[in-house]
Design a protein around this ligand. Structure first.
Ligand code: BDR
Ligand code: CA
Length: 342
């Protein structure tokens, strides 16, 4: 070995070691520390598979479940099924609120089927639920979290987080951002002419979250109705040839039928998966900061979201409202990530 190399070798080794540690801690720091709150739900299952197939970007701490598309026992079973299908039994599932804060419960079995997942058979997964309740889990986790560190992907009614915030308002300290699938503005709602299902199912909860002052991003129907399946896109997913591709192909083929007929669309939206795609690649989406309110009064506008898109009222901005997205980019991302699963 040349003299120069012999003298400097220990130094070079320690420099390489330190930079490897620095690189791995940078990568770890870059990961999104994520809790997914969800009511699976066919599109929720697709969202969960997309998230759980992306461990290099998303550190999924837990999945918390809420009643919404179907009853809580079924949404909790379906979350555990998605975890099993993704081969990610390492991710804990906590069951939360069985009903909304104030209003009477509503479900969406007409869209998601009696079991809450379309197009595929369901079974009782081997791994069960965690013992703790999701609301307590949120309180404990967000209280103990590093300031502004935890992101919440909100894929159903916002009941769990609202209950946690009512019980312990100081938990906002741990939250980096809440990314909500919900709301509708430019083209109307999907459960009433003006309201979107997740907001209509528990508008009081959404109001609590809005008023808590946490950083909020809304991924509403405005954008999800622009990111539609097509025969070619579904064929590409099925052509992956793995179990995940077959499952998602079968789920979506059935799930999109209702929306295609109802709205006269050429394909169907995969709402909740857009939230995960937004976290994985925000450049696929665009929107603007708005003042946002939700109507909690009984009547025809119950559950309506009102984003002040043109800043007409000149009120403080409290949410980022996503308005459009790159549909092909979304499906390319979804297909590539599903291809990683078994
Ligand atoms: C939202 O409502 C639910 O039915 C879907 O899972 C999605 O979260 C779309 O309006
Ligand atoms: Ca959902």
């Amino acid at each position: 070995m040349p003299r120069f190399t012999r003298i400097f070798q220990p130094l070079i080794r320690s420099v390489l070691f330190v930079s490897a540690i620095t690189m791995s801690s940078v990568q770890a720091a870059d990961k999104i520390d994520l809790i997914i709150d969800t009511d699976p739900g066919a599109d929720d299952v697709v969202a969960l598979l997309l998230a759980l197939a992306s461990p290099e970007q998303l550190q999924v701490r837990a999945i918390t479940t809420v009643a919404g598309n179907v009853r809580l026992d079924k949404t909790s079973r379906n979350a555990r099924l998605a975890r099993e299908w993704a081969g990610r039994e390492d991710v804990p599932v906590y069951a939360g609120a069985p009903k909304p804060l104030v209003r009477t419960p509503i479900y969406a079995e007409n869209i998601h089927g009696q079991e809450g997942v379309t197009g595929v058979p369901v079974h009782e997964p081997a791994k069960g639920l965690e013992k703790a309740n999701a609301v307590n889990y949120l309180v404990d986790t967000l209280r103990a979290a590093k300031p502004g560190s935890v992101t919440i992907a909100m894929l159903g009614p916002q009941t769990n987080l609202a209950l946690a915030l009512i019980q312990a308002p100081e938990i906002t300290q741990g939250i980096k951002e809440v990314v909500v699938m919900g709301g509708a503005h430019f083209n109307g709602g999907n459960i009433t002419p003006v309201a979107e299902f997740n907001l209509y199912a528990d508008p009081h909860a959404a109001d609590v979250v809005l008023k808590s002052g946490v950083k909020l991003t809304y991924v509403p129907l405005d954008v999800t109705h622009k990111i539609l399946t097509s025969e070619a896109r579904l064929k590409q997913i099925a052509a992956l040839g793995n179990t995940a591709g077959k499952l998602v192909g079968d789920i979506l083929n059935e799930y999109v039928k209702g929306d295609m007929v109802h709205y006269g669309l050429p394909g169907g939206p995969v709402h909740d998966a857009s939230v995960i795609a937004y976290l994985l690649n925000p450049a696929l989406f665009s929107g603007r900061e708005v003042n946002l309110v939700v109507d909690t009064r009984e009547g025809p506008t119950f559950g309506q979201t009102i984003p002040d898109w043109y800043n007409t009222l000149n009120q403080p901005k409290n949410a980022f409202w996503v308005e459009s997205g790159d549909a092909q980019g979304f499906f390319d991302l979804l297909t590539a990530r599903l291809g990683r699963l078994k």
